[in-house]
Design a protein around this ligand. Sequence first.
Ligand code: ATP
Ligand code: LTN
Length: 337
Amino acid sequence: MANDRPRVLSGIQPTSGSFHLGNYLGAVRQWVALQETHDAFYMVVDLHALTLPQDPKALRDNTRLAAAQLLASGLDPERCTVFVQSHVPEHTQLSWLMECMTGFGEASRMTQFKDKSAKQGTDRTSVGLFTYPVLQVADILLYQANQVPVGEDQRQHIELTRNIAERFNGRYGNTFTVPEPYILRETAKIYDLQDPSAKMSKSASSPKGVVDLLDEPKASAKKIKSAVTDTGSEIVFDPENKPGISNLLTIHATLTNTGIPELEQKYAGKGYGALKTDLAEIVSEWAAPFRDRTRDFLDDPETLDSILAKGAEKARAVAAETLAQAYDRVGLLPSKH
Ligand code: ATP
Ligand code: LTN
């Protein structure tokens, strides 16, 4: 049955302990919904995390923690495939073919690479950070994904994936599904609470504007109450002139499944404080059971590891078939051993 469904694939990096609201609202929330309608593959992209220096123990712990948070968010291993990228060796194998299909200039134009390498300086930037988007291309094409649910910051990488898939198909015959980005307009970019011109990010320079889902309720309430707001006092959705308030409205609307106009009405004549107080409570109430569920999964590493092992097995079956076909298409001699 699952095979009749269109396929989706996405990934999240185990680069810091907790997911933040941007990860959840921009991506993971859609992953949970799509498992009902799609043949869904979701992975913790530990190989991508290695593009920046990682402490080995922290990486291992954060990989389990990311998987636990995905399950706590509502991914159900009976309905979708949850796995760890490095458990499926086909990702790095296909990545080499993809590297050989990617122009040096084309890779040099990736804005995330430019931003991250500019921050670190070229001597501290690894070749892995440069080829990071190409590994992502392999991740997506291996599963013949029709759609890729991500936040706006990933759009350029999906565009690269489409270009390379078309190039490969043009040169070697139809091999890969050309994927579409799946980016919801409303939550495509959640902003930093202290700097509503920047995206909420795991690698933000200060944690003050980033609401981590595993934060203590008091800590996240404090972050929300001290969010930077705009001049004036009216609560209206106007991202251009009122980016701070509009961001809070987006978060409120999505977590409570309420329309923005309805919220504008509710807060008409009330001050920013009322919105912040309510939102602090909404986030804390949402996060409490999420934290408990995450803890339960972490307290039972055997079950968690067995879910990931089954996920890897299902993922490998698909990945191995695509890789074999791609190896054959480019003319690699089949191994007889
Ligand atoms: P970094 O900013 O350090 O690169 P990140 O916070 O973007 O990390 P990722 O693991 O790279 O975390 O992202 C996981 C998913 O969350 C991606 O699909 C990404 O587009 C989405 N995402 C991340 N931040 C936001 C945000 N502020 N708003 C909407 N979606 C987001
Ligand atoms: N680059 C993405 C993570 C990622 C991904 C993928 C997303 C790696 N492989 C495949 C979608 C599909 C990020 O930084 N969020």
